[in-house]
Structures are given as structure tokens and as C-alpha cells.
Design a protein around this ligand. Structure first.
Ligand code: BGC
Length: 636
């Protein structure tokens, strides 16, 4: 008897388990359109289509028509190369696409971009509600993935100018480029405050100084988001990134095995986060920011995408942020065993849109499942979608007629002049033993170094490719060497050799200009234990010193480098950061056409033992920095 009962019980348990597994399977594999599609609305009659209603009213009205699938689609951000077919945009009701760095059309011109994105937008426009698509790009120093456009200096160089009006003008020009290429969303400004020169993203931030970052981020955001003239079409959504404390990650803390610092652990206390890293966000939120990207960093033992307190309570609550929170590249799922759980955790923590950027089908399924199981509430989904729609309405996407913006030649000329000015203003004079300014009519100049005649190096990464390029195959751009040649008076002899090997029979040039620096790098691929000059550049400087009366070193780099052992031998030193496409701006300052005016945007350590720096300028071993933040040599 006992045995018989036990046997039956076992069969019940098995049946129950099978039924449960079947239910789970069913939930996970439910066909896409399991809620009844709503009927089409007759165009122009709905409240949300009426531009004289307030945005809040329009959002609430639109939400009331939306199915769960349409809402989930709005929360989905897909890299264009992951789209199985363009028609998936309509089928999955996708709310946003992006071009990851280097992801560009075959015809890599503004026209090529415009055509590519128009095809995506048309898919979204043909859906029942016709909710316009956001298309995001990393135009972090101009729309620098497009051939032929002007590339501005990277943010650290702009930080050295301390010129908010200039930064605003650069952002406005960038917005024009973005719009001319058909996109409407930029993953900038970058509010990171880099504290460790060993990190591969130092140059993406303006400075490590809270006040300066606040000022310049607001200026950049306004340049992107506020059209100068009423009725002007250009209005590109900005993104504050990377929330929060991304510049403060510890050395050797990265969760990515390829990196040292990037994607690591932010070690700041809450008090420090509030005092040092939150104010720029508050300033930019007050200035109308409508999207914030969450960093790939971890705070304490929690990944930032799971930080409900910082995302929901602090950003959306205390700071009064009305826009949407978007996760960074694969940031919700990378390295996670349980993809479903990771999605649930991030959405409930406050992420409104997920930069998947790959598997949108799985995301749609998981979101529906989580909602059915009550793990993600209807209210939370409505809140997320409401925020995304809010930004789309504010951007005018529902009301504007799509028109193709073409950059006239005059605009291009203006942009190149602006970029050239930005380059000259970003140069920081760090040492001058009488070599600068160089007279344009000096008889003989010798130029050397890996970055003198290499536009790829002066542009840095996030230029045409994620990790940048080498060489001069950049239409419309000017190398630093070309700028130098153009700056001198007729008859001045300018010689160039990359390694500084000149056969001159013993005559010394009046001046040598060594343009040396780093190979391009992006993100954790640029993490270095000892950022120093490469051997070939050290050799070029030495060679040049032997054949020139005086040598000025121009450093092309995304951060301070350790130059303590070499600097004494330099007659002059200029930090030129990553100036972009307009190399002539470097010559403008070298030859005194424009005075040096840049100030060091971050402290410059003398040796590795000084790292990490303290919260002021104090060093780990108490010794003196090579140069403090905001240092500059004044030209007499
Ligand atoms: C970077 C972001 C960037 C995103 C989209 C990520 O790898 O961390 O700064 O906006 O990619 O390209």
C-alpha cells in the first residue's frame, strides 16, 4: 500500500512539473502579436497629433492607444547591422536604432547616411501609430564617421579652451552635420570627469573639474538642442553620459578581461558622487537634457544599470529628470548568465530604453513574459515609454515635416574655420624656452614625428572607425605638416622626415618641430599601465635636436603622457590633444597668428607612483605633479 501511494505521488509530481515546464515554454514562446492589434486611427484626429496640446497630454493620449508590443518596441534600441530585415522595424514596432561606431553606409557621405536612415524611418512611419524613430550616433567630435565632413577636436581639447560659446558653436555645427546625415540623436555630451590618465577614455571628457564640466556640458547641450533661429529645423537630441562616476574607476578593477580600468568599479563614496559627479548632471538636466546613458561601470557591488537608487530616486526623483534613461552598448546583458533576470533587474532599476544592441526578438519575448509574470508592472512600462515619447514630442518629431538638410559649401567653409579656431584655442603651452612663437619668415624649419603628417593620428579614435585610422586618406582634412607649410612665408625651407633623419651636411635648422603622440584608441583598448611616448617618437625628437638649433615638441595625445625624463631637453612643449581634421589650427598658434590660450584641463602627473590622484590635485605619494590642472605658460 505504502509503496503504491508513493508511486502515485511521484507521478503527480512529475505531471505537475511537466505542466509547469509547458506553461513556462508557452509563455516564453507566445507568438508576437498575442494582444489584439488596435484599429488604425484616422490621421489627424487624435489628441496626440495636435501640436497645440501640451506634451504631457499628448503622451498620455498616445499611450492610451498603445498595445504592450508597441510599448516594448519603444523601449528597444538596436544597432542597424543587427536588424534581420528592415521590415522588422515595423513588425517589432522598434522605437530607436543606432549606428555603433564605424557602422556606416557603403556610400559614406552625408547623402549616403541620409538615404540609409530615410529607409529606416519610412518603416516606422508606416506603422499603425506612425511613432517616429530615433536614430542615434556617436558624433562626439563632429559627425566623424562620415567622410568629408569637418571633425572638431575631441572634448578634452575643448575643455582646454574653457570657452562655453565656442563649445556651443561646435555642438551646433555638429547638430547640423547629424541632421544633414538624417539622424536625430547624439550620444554626447560626455560628462565623465577622468581622474586617471591610464584610462582609455580620458579625451572624451572635457575636464576632471566639476564646475568646468557643468558649464561646457550645458553649452554643448544647448548647441545641439536649441535652434538659433525660430523655425530652424536643426534640433538634435543630446545624451548625457555616462551616468555616474565613469571617470573614477579604479585601476585593475575592470570586469572586462581585456581592459584595466574601463568597465571597472567606481570607488567613490555617495558623498563624493554627490559633490563631484552629480552637479554637471543637475546643470544639464536643468538645461533641458532628455536622455541620459548609464555607464558600464559598477558602483560598490552593483552594476550601474541595476542601481535603482541612483537611476530612479536620484536622477528621476531628486534631479527632476523628465527624459529617458538608456543603457550603454550591451550594458544590460554582457557577462550575465541570466539574460531574462538581467532585463528585469535593469528595467525595474529605471532603465527605460535598452541598447541591446543585438537580440531584439529575445528582448521582446522576455519583456512580455516578465510583464505577464508580474515581474515588470504595466505602470513601469508606461512610465518608461512615456519618457521616451516625451523626448520624441519635445524633439518635434511628430510635428516636423521631414526635410532633407543639405550642407551648402558656405556652411562647410564656416565649419572648417570654426574647427581651426577651436584647435588653436585648445593648445596648451606647457614650456617655452624662447622657441615660440616661431617667426613665419625664419629661414629653415625641420619637422618630424609620427603625428606630423598623419591625419588619422590627429583625429584620434571615433573617427571613421571606432578605433580610428592611420594615414591621410581623409577627404577635406589638413595634416599638421600641411598647416605648417602653408603658414610660413614664401622662400622658407620646410623639410620633413618622420624619424627626423635629415642629411644636411652639418647645417642646423633654425627651428625643429616634433609632432609626436599616441596611436588612436577607443575605450578600454586604450587603457595603459604606463602611457609614454613610443620609441620611434623619442628617436625622432633626438634626431631633430641634433639638426636644429631649438626644438618644440607638439604632443598629439588623448591624455597627459609620462614625459618627466624627456621634458628638460625640450625647448618648448605644446599639448595639442586630438585636434581633428583641421591641422592648420596648430600652425596658427605655433606661428603666433593666434596667441596660446588653452589651460590644462586635467592635472599632469610626473610619474606612475602618483596615481591615482586624490580628489584635488594631491598625488598618491605626496610628490609634486608635473603640471597642475589649469596650468599654462603665458607667452611674453
Ligand atoms: C560607448 C558609448 C557609446 C555607445 C554607442 C559604447 O561602447 O561606451 O559611449 O555611446 O557604445 O556607440
Amino acid at each position: 500500500m505504502k509503496n503504491y501511494n508513493g508511486h502515485r505521488l511521484w507521478r503527480y509530481v512529475l505531471a505537475a512539473l511537466l505542466a509547469l515546464a509547458g506553461l513556462v515554454w508557452l509563455l516564453m514562446n507566445i507568438t508576437f502579436f498575442d494582444t489584439k492589434p488596435q484599429p488604425l486611427l484616422s490621421a489627424g484626429t487624435a489628441v496626440y497629433e495636435n501640436s497645440s496640446e501640451s506634451i504631457d497630454v499628448r503622451v498620455a493620449d498616445l499611450l492610451s492607444y498603445m498595445t504592450l508590443e508597441e510599448k516594448i518596441g519603444q523601449m528597444t534600441l538596436v544597432e542597424r547591422n543587427s536588424l534581420e530585415t528592415n521590415s522588422d522595424i515595423a513588425f517589432y514596432q522598434l522605437g530607436a536604432l543606432l549606428s555603433g561606431a564605424g557602422s556606416k553606409p557603403e556610400n559614406n557621405t552625408l547623402t549616403g547616411w541620409q538615404e540609409m536612415i530615410a529607409a529606416y524611418k519610412a518603416e516606422a512611419a508606416a506603422t499603425r501609430l506612425g511613432i517616429p524613430l530615433l536614430y542615434g550616433v556617436d558624433a562626439i567630435h563632429g559627425h566623424a564617421h562620415v567622410g568629408g565632413v569637418t571633425f572638431f577636436p575631441h572634448a578634452l581639447g575643448l575643455g582646454a579652451t574653457q570657452d562655453a560659446a565656442l563649445v556651443e558653436a561646435v555642438a551646433r555645427a555638429t547638430a547640423r552635420q547629424i541632421a544633414a546625415g538624417g539622424a536625430n540623436w547624439n550620444f554626447a555630451p560626455n560628462l565623465d570627469q577622468p581622474r586617471d590618465m591610464r584610462w582609455g577614455r580620458v579625451y572624451e571628457g572635457f575636464s576632471d573639474d566639476t564646475e568646468l564640466v557643468s558649464q561646457l556640458s550645458v553649452a554643448y547641450l544647448e548647441g545641439l538642442q536649441s535652434p538659433r533661429n525660430a523655425g530652424e529645423q536643426v534640433f538634435v537630441l543630446g545624451t548625457l553620459k555616462h551616468y555616474l562616476g565613469l571617470g573614477d574607476m579604479g585601476f585593475n578593477t575592470s570586469l572586462n578581461e581585456n581592459y584595466l580600468i574601463d568597465q571597472g568599479v567606481t570607488e567613490a563614496s555617495e558623498e563624493l558622487l554627490r559633490v563631484r559627479y552629480l552637479p554637471p548632471y543637475q546643470a544639464a538636466v536643468n538645461a533641458g537634457a532628455l536622455s541620459v546613458m548609464v555607464g558600464l561601470n559598477t558602483w560598490g557591488d552593483k552594476r550601474m544599470v541595476l542601481e535603482e537608487y541612483l537611476l530612479t530616486d536620484v536622477l528621476k526623483g531628486e534631479l527632476g529628470f523628465k527624459g529617458f534613461v538608456v543603457s550603454d552598448w550591451y550594458g544590460v546583458h554582457e557577462g550575465r548568465q541570466n539574460i531574462f533576470g538581467a532585463t528585469v533587474g535593469a528595467i525595474n532599476a529605471g532603465v527605460d530604453m535598452v541598447m541591446l544592441p543585438f537580440d531584439y526578438k529575445q528582448f521582446a519575448k522576455h519583456m512580455r513574459w516578465a510583464n505577464r509574470l508580474g515581474l515588470i508592472s504595466d505602470e513601469r512600462i508606461d512610465e518608461a515609454v512615456g519618457r521616451i515619447l516625451y523626448a520624441k514630442f519635445a524633439l518635434g518629431l511628430f510635428d516636423k515635416k521631414e526635410s532633407v538638410l543639405v550642407l551648402e559649401e558656405a556652411v562647410e567653409v564656416e565649419e572648417r574655420a570654426l574647427a581651426r579656431r577651436a584647435v588653436a584655442d585648445s593648445l596648451v603651452l606647457l614650456k617655452n624656452d624662447g622657441v615660440l612663437p616661431i617667426s613665419p619668415s625664419v629661414a629653415h624649419i625641420r619637422v618630424a614625428g609620427s603625428a606630423a603628417d598623419n591625419i588619422g593620428r590627429q583625429m584620434g579614435a571615433w573617427s571613421l572607425e571606432w578605433q580610428g585610422i592611420e594615414g591621410n586618406d581623409v577627404p577635406g582634412a589638413t595634416s599638421i605638416l600641411t598647416g605648417i607649410k602653408a603658414a610660413v612665408s614664401a622662400g622658407v625651407k620646410v623639410e620633413y622626415d618622420q624619424l627626423g633623419e635629415f642629411s644636411s651636411g652639418g647645417t642646423l635648422a633654425d627651428v625643429g618641430i616634433a609632432v609626436v603622440g599616441e596611436k588612436p584608441y577607443a575605450e578600454g583598448w586604450g587603457d595603459r599601465e604606463y602611457p609614454i611616448l613610443e620609441a620611434e617618437d623619442l628617436l625622432a625628437i633626438k634626431n631633430l635636436q641634433m639638426v636644429s638649433k631649438k626644438v618644440v615638441v607638439v604632443l598629439i595625445s588623448g591624455r597627459p603622457l609620462f614625459i618627466t625624463s624627456e621634458i628638460d631637453s625640450f625647448d618648448g612643449l605644446v599639448a595639442a590633444w586630438l585636434p581633428g581634421s583641421e591641422g592648420a589650427g596648430v600652425a596658427d598658434a605655433l606661428f603666433g597668428v593666434k596667441p596660446f590660450s588653452g589651460k590644462l584641463p586635467v592635472p599632469w602627473p610626473a610619474r606612475a607612483e602618483q596615481l591615482p590622484l586624490g580628489q584635488g590635485d594631491e598625488t598618491a605619494d605626496g610628490s609634486d605633479l608635473l603640471f597642475p590642472r589649469f596650468f599654462e605658460v603665458e607667452l611674453q
